[in-house]
Design a binder for this molecule. Structure first.
Ligand SMILES: Cc1cc2nc3c(=O)[nH]c(=O)nc-3n(C[C@H](O)[C@H](O)[C@H](O)COP(=O)(O)O)c2cc1C
Length: 198
């Protein structure tokens, strides 16, 4: 990877909660990405407040500026990592709704979903439960595949996430830490390959 022109990765947690396990995992992933040489932006969807998608609202007023801004943020990076809670075996509305709106943005006559298709997405989830949000990741993968987005194969479903860290806020040694490392490196590798196809 070129040090002059590092890969830029956007990390989007699917929770706003103070003390969020997913924001914490996003922080650990960010540290791995930086260690691997990427430039990382960690955003909060709280900075992109959006109404629940409504086709009448869109027809009346167009896509909200916040969705256009989020789409441009995605475009300004070579890859995206979503770190999402699981609500009732599904992605939370906060994240689903934000992605739905982004797929409605069309600038300069480009095709719908253009920004999301041009760069790889990686998926992670954290939960105090046994499945670690794995079902939410299946649904996100399905949703993104339907949008013809490249989703990298490696993913992390972090179970018992409240007990997963050491004193330095790193994942304890073991399979989850290995997967976080592998997944973040795979995201950088695929982003590197895809950026030359722009
Ligand atoms: C409405 C709701 C539904 C939930 N459903 C699930 C679930 O299906 N599977 C799961 O592992 N955890 C579930 N949880 C627990 C969340 O994993 C837990 O609240 C987690 O801490 C949320 O993520 P955060 O800490 O990043 O905010 C649910 C929580 C809420 C509020």
């Amino acid at each position: 990877m070129s040090l002059m022109n590092p890969i830029k990765i956007l990390v989007i947690p699917g929770s706003l909660r103070s003390g969020s396990l997913n924001i914490r995992l996003a922080g650990a992933a960010m540290a791995e990405l930086v260690e691997a040489g990427a430039e990382v932006s960690l955003i909060s969807l709280g900075d992109y407040p959006l109404p629940i998608y409504d086709g009448d609202l869109e027809a009346r007023s167009g896509v909200p500026a916040e969705a256009v801004n989020l789409k441009r943020q995605i475009e300004a990076h070579h890859g995206v990592l979503l770190v999402s809670p699981e609500y009732n075996s599904s992605p939370p509305p906060l994240l689903k709704n934000a992605l739905d709106w982004v797929t409605r943005v069309r600038e300069r006559g480009e095709p719908l979903g253009h920004a999301m298709r041009g760069r790889p997405f990686a998926l992670a989830a954290a939960s105090t439960g046994r499945f670690g949000g794995a079902r939410c990741l299946m649904m996100l993968r399905l949703m993104l595949s339907g949008c013809r987005v490249t989703v990298i194969p490696d993913q992390l479903a972090l179970s018992f996430a409240d007990q997963a860290y050491d004193d330095l806020d790193r994942l304890k040694p073991g399979a989850d830490r290995d997967m976080l490392k592998a997944m973040t490196r795979q995201l950088i590798d695929v982003a590197e390959r895809m950026r030359h196809h722009d």
